[in-house]
Design a protein around this ligand. Structure first.
Ligand code: 3PG
Length: 303
């Protein structure tokens, strides 16, 4: 089988080597399309691929239509909002993700962002400490749980909000009200996927409820934030801060207007560690080989 790794933002070389080893040991062929700049390059590369591994690369209806032999797409990562599930399902193409594989990298970045914002973005001046502050976790999946554990180790008081109540959540302080989460926490870390239910859901009403000096931390997707609401809250409350791994659509304008109240990484880097690339990339390759060998679809998301 021909397995294509199409990554506009490539995996670390060590991860690519590991992927190649898994793929070739299983008797398949690995094709690489890295740092591509044009959609046409992806359309051409995917034409005869049997399997596809991507990161945040967009697997649109057009890409699916161009892929004549495609049987499985694995998003090496957590969020699969970049894959057109409907188009894949219609062509009986299995879509999987690799849940949890890059979670630690993202969780570490969330903690780093909180420190960065609390310390004046590493410029002179008096900052504040995380210890003793309250952190709200919105979304208690693999990433949210790791952020919570790391925050506790730093002396933070952690409160979780999740719509899934599971046994493993019992030991955490929880709230069933998002309003309460936002109004009672010095920091809120967003760890939810972008879905039709979550897009635009973090709005003025929530953000503006944060206590004095509140800081919103987004390592998820920019679409979850209502940008107009964000702008209004930042403008009415010069004490509020927003830090994100995915720049808002109007970032340049917002940065100009709000200066140090807002910070976005230049390019999404939550999962940009060698470790996360190895974990997610190798898991993706293994899942594809298992699919071809045994028919396993354990991590299928388009059921
Ligand atoms: C994810 O959903 O796993 C993260 O957003 C990582 O995305 P990336 O692989 O494009 O860095």
């Amino acid at each position: 089988m021909k397995i294509l790794v199409a990554t506009e933002k490539p995996f670390a070389a060590v991860a690519v080597n590991g992927i190649r080893e898994i793929v070739e040991n299983a008797g398949h062929e690995l094709c690489l399309l890295e740092r591509y700049t044009e959609k046409a390059q992806l359309l051409e590369a995917v034409a005869d691929a049997d399997a596809l591994i991507v990161r945040s690369d967009k697997v649109t209806e057009e890409v699916v239509a161009a892929a004549k032999n495609l049987k499985i797409v694995v998003r090496a990562g957590s969020g699969y909002d970049n894959v057109d599930l409907k188009a894949c399902t219609e062509k009986d193409i299995v879509v999987e993700n690799t849940p949890g594989q890059n979670a630690n990298a993202v969780a570490e970045l969330a903690i780093g962002m909180m420190i960065y914002m609390s310390r004046n973005q590493f410029t002179p001046g008096t900052g504040s400490e995380l210890s003793g502050k309250r952190l709200g976790i919105q979304g208690f999946g693999n990433i949210g749980q790791l952020v919570a554990k790391k925050a506790v180790a730093l002396g933070m008081d952690v409160v979780i909000y999740t719509n899934e109540v599971k046994e493993k959540h019992q030991r955490w302080k929880a709230t069933f009200s998002l309003e309460h989460l936002y109004s009672s926490c010095d920091f809120v870390s967003i760890n939810i996927p972008a879905t039709p239910f979550t897009v635009g859901s973090v709005n003025y009403n929530l953000f503006s409820k944060m206590p004095k000096g509140g800081c919103l931390v987004n390592t998820s997707r920019k679409e979850i934030i209502c940008e107009d609401g964000l702008e209004q809250a930042l403008s009415e409350r010069p004490d509020l801060k927003y830090v994100t791994d995915i720049a808002p659509t109007r970032y340049a304008e917002l940065k100009e207007k709000f200066g140090k109240q807002i910070f976005a990484t230049p390019k999404k880097q939550g999962a940009e560690t060698g470790e996360a690339n190895i974990n997610a990339g190798l898991a993706a390759a293994q899942q594809i080989c298992d699919f071809f060998e045994t028919g396993s679809t354990k991590f299928r998301v388009n059921k």
